[in-house]
Design a protein around this ligand. Structure first.
Ligand SMILES: Cc1cc2nc3c(=O)[nH]c(=O)nc-3n(C[C@H](O)[C@H](O)[C@H](O)COP(=O)(O)OP(=O)(O)OC[C@H]3O[C@@H](n4cnc5c(N)ncnc54)[C@H](O)[C@@H]3O)c2cc1C
Length: 487
């Protein structure tokens, strides 16, 4: 089953993990801050994005709000959405005000430049998680992802926005390029099934079957999965956050980077924090760090292997040469998850689908794009292997010398466990006191679409409970090891 023609190396995950744990192999440890003039993703090229990319960039700042959200990706905006829903259900004594501050344009971080995959795990990585965190938390990982995807799809459908956000529920197919990868996936599946996870929708396919049905000579496994236009999905959540209740208001201020946070000095005021931006200072009681890859800029103790490591990913939009009926509408993944791709819904008049494909990082030796914050450029070597990837996996369906229509990069936030930090901000020694009122949800390690929305719900609920004088109860679906404290 060896695949000599593949342009990417196999079995790199363990090697890149060793680099991740050794920041000294990356001599110029970057300051994790969104840089100017990033590449423009396919998603950002649509001129009908709402809110506008520069929403609030010239509006006067509020000066004082109850809740400052830093970052307008899916985490920050989902948190605003959940706060709005919560305060619509249980009204606070006085209307609650919130502001979202974004360093660059609206949703221009990882969310606005990702691969658009919205697929929940069923059995993936189960053995690893069970070994590390025990069976209950491994089961919760699947529960969290299933919950996130179901809720997001429900929101989109309830508001009739399937077409607007290009929701495609075409399933997700994982290909295996080696016997070892297949055996590991089978072991994950068996362990997940033993733990009681519903795997009834998982379908294993042999090499011949995949070849016949899809034109790729590798075995695979299919499970339910979706794709969306991520930027438009977040735009919908923002619209809904603004319109839930008069008891909660939220405004967006783009091109407004938060440069520092300090204790609020007016002792006569109940406010805790002073949030500094080049456009002025804002006082507030609560802060949510929804900054993912960039979290260590404002929380320096979260840099390096014990925190969140910025890691550059690369994506391109390539035109297939085969007609739409020869290219399935499914999402795809391969090679330990390094590559992922899906064909966009075909527009009238299009002779062949446009396929969004991300990956290639495993070819970027020696650092695999770890500790890299510059999304103003693409990595040439990554681009080179990615141009050859689809033509080699699906012979005859792509032009071997084809050039992408769009190519871009984006910064993910990796952690050494692959899982995020969710909850109150704590010091390096675990002390929450110096950060009272500050929360974070960050470090999604390149797998955020099926996790961020629910993690944002958890932190939003923590803030809402504090405002309302309620006790926060940990949801059944939240893996306990995500939390920054022991529940
Ligand atoms: C190339 C690429 C491909 C990916 N593909 C997929 C995929 O197909 N499926 C999947 O599930 N996941 C994918 N991911 C991962 C996924 O996109 C992320 O996990 C998720 O979007 C994280 O969302 P977030 O809101 O937490 O972070 P982000 O979307 O990065 O949002 C953080 C925001 O904070 C802003 N910010 C940071 N610091 C400051 C500051 N000091 N002041 C003001 N604003 C600040 C940033 O500009 C940014 O907009 C991909 C990521 C990348 C980069």
């Amino acid at each position: 089953m060896a695949a000599p023609s593949l342009p990417v190396p196999l079995h790199v995950h363990a090697k890149q993990h060793a680099v991740l744990l050794s920041p000294q192999t990356c001599p110029n440890l970057p300051k994790a801050f969104p840089i100017a003039n990033p590449t423009i993703s396919f998603w950002q090229q649509d001129l009908n994005i709402k809110p506008s990319p520069t929403e609030g960039s010239e509006d006067p700042l509020p000066g004082d709000v109850d809740i400052c959200v830093i970052g307008s990706g899916i985490t920050g905006v989902s948190a605003a959405y959940h706060l709005a829903k919560r305060f619509a259900k249980e009204e606070p004594n006085k209307p609650i005000t919130a502001a979202i501050f974004e360093a660059r344009e609206f949703c221009s971080g990882a969310t606005g430049r990702n691969g658009g995959h919205l697929t929940a795990a069923t059995h993936e990585d189960f053995v690893y998680r069970e070994k590390l965190y025990g069976k209950e938390d491994a089961v919760r990982e699947t529960a969290l992802q299933q919950y996130t995807v179901a809720e997001l799809v429900k929101v989109i459908r309830e508001h009739g926005r399937e077409v607007d956000v290009d929701l495609v529920s075409g399933g997700c197919m994982q290909l295996f390029f080696s016997e070892q990868e297949l055996a590991d996936a089978r072991a994950d599946f068996a362990a997940a099934q033993d733990a009681g996870i519903d795997v009834s929708q998982v379908e294993w396919m042999g090499k011949e079957e995949v070849l016949q049905q899809y034109g790729a000579p590798y075995p695979g496994v299919r499970r339910p999965g979706n794709n969306v236009w991520p930027l438009k999905t977040v735009g919908l959540l923002y619209e809904l956050a603004k319109t839930q209740t008069s008891k909660f208001s939220v405004d967006l201020y783009t091109r407004t980077p938060v440069t520092s946070i300090s204790p609020y000095s007016d002792s006569a005021s109940p406010r805790r924090w002073s949030v500094e931006t080049p456009r002025g200072m804002i006082s507030c009681s609560y802060i949510l760090h929804a900054t993912n890859a960039y979290v260590s800029h404002l929380l320096p103790h979260m840099s390096g292997p014990d925190g969140v490591i910025p890691t550059r990913g690369q994506v391109m939009a390539v035109r297939a040469t085969a007609p739409p009926d020869a290219i399935t509408s499914s999402a795809w993944g391969a090679n330990e998850g390094f590559e992922y791709w899906f064909p966009r819904p075909v527009k009238p008049g299009e002779a062949a689908p446009l396929v969004i494909i991300g990956g290639g990082r495993e070819a970027a030796k020696p650092t695999y794009e770890l500790y890299e914050v510059d999304d103003s450029v693409c990595n040439e070597e990554v681009g080179r292997v990615m141009r050859r990837f689809l033509p080699s996996v699906f012979p005859g369906k792509y032009d071997e010398n084809g050039e992408p229509e769009v190519e871009w990069s984006g910064i993910m936030g990796f952690t050494k466990t692959g899982d995020p930090f969710v909850g109150p901000v704590v010091s390096a020694s675990g002390d929450p006191k110096p950060f009272e009122g500050q929360y974070l949800s960050a470090g999604f390690s390149g797998h955020g679409m099926p996790r961020t929305f629910a993690c944002a719900e958890a932190v939003a609920e923590m803030i809402a409970c504090d405002v309302l004088g309620r006790t926060w109860a940990v949801p059944d679906w939240l893996p306990r090891h995500y939390l920054t404290f022991k529940p």
